[in-house]
Design a protein around this ligand. Structure first.
Ligand SMILES: Nc1ncnc2c1ncn2[C@@H]1O[C@H](COP(=O)(O)OP(=O)(O)O)[C@@H](O)[C@H]1O
Ligand SMILES: [Mg+2]
Length: 157
C-alpha cells in the first residue's frame, strides 16, 4: 500500500493497492479520516474493490470483522454499530445498483440515516441526483491492470 497524499490533512488522498488485503488495509487507514456525519459515494466499476474497502473501514471502527461485511446488493443496506474516539458511530453500507428510480430510492429513507454520528457509504450512488446532492465527498477506485487499484478520496469541507 502506498499513500501518495502529502500529509495527514488535505482534501484529496490517493492510495495504490496491489491486493484485496491491501485495500482492506487502506480502508482501515481511511476510517480515521472520515469524520461523521458523512455521506460518501463509493465509485468504481464492478469488482474494483468498493465492498472490500468497506471491510477495512468497518474493522477500524470496531463495527464488523472483514468477513462479516458482504455486499448489500440485494438487501440494499447494511447497518453496523461501531465506535470512533470513544463515541458511537453508525456505519451504513448501501448498494443502490438495483434501484431504478428516485421513487424507489425514497423507500430507503436516506435523510433519516444521515444522523450526526453516521458514516454512509454508497455504492452506485452517482446514479441518483438526490444522493449526489447530499454527498460530502467520494471515494473512487480505478483498476490499473492486474490487481493494482488506485483509490482517490475527495472530501468536501
Ligand atoms: N487491489 C485490490 N483491491 C481490492 N480488491 C481486489 C484487489 N485486487 C484484487 N481484488 C479482488 O477484487 C474483488 C473486489 O470485489 P468487491 O470488493 O466486491 O468489488 P465491488 O464492490 O467494487 O464490486 C475481490 O474479489 C478482491 O479480492
Ligand atoms: Mg460491492
Amino acid at each position: 500500500m502506498t499513500d501518495t497524499a502529502p500529509a495527514a490533512e488535505g482534501r484529496i488522498h490517493e492510495f495504490k493497492t496491489e491486493s484485496g488485503a491491501d485495500t482492506v488495509k487502506v480502508g482501515r487507514k481511511l476510517a480515521a479520516l472520515l469524520k461523521p456525519p458523512q455521506l460518501l459515494l463509493l465509485r468504481g466499476d464492478l469488482g474494483t474493490g468498493k465492498t472490500t474497502l468497506v471491510k477495512g473501514i468497518a474493522q477500524a471502527l470496531d463495527a464488523a470483522e472483514p468477513d462479516e461485511v458482504t455486499s448489500p446488493t440485494f438487501t440494499l443496506i447494511h447497518e453496523y454499530d461501531g465506535t470512533r474516539d470513544g463515541d458511537p458511530i453508525k456505519l451504513y453500507h448501501l448498494d443502490v445498483y438495483r434501484l431504478e428510480s428516485e421513487r424507489q430510492l425514497e423507500t430507503l429513507g436516506l435523510d433519516e440515516l444521515l444522523t450526526p454520528n453516521a458514516l454512509v457509504l454508497v455504492e452506485w450512488g452517482e446514479k441518483f441526483k438526490s444522493i449526489k446532492k447530499r454527498s460530502t465527498g467520494e471515494i473512487l477506485i480505478t483498476a490499473e491492470g492486474g490487481d493494482t487499484r488506485k483509490i482517490t478520496v475527495t472530501l468536501k469541507d
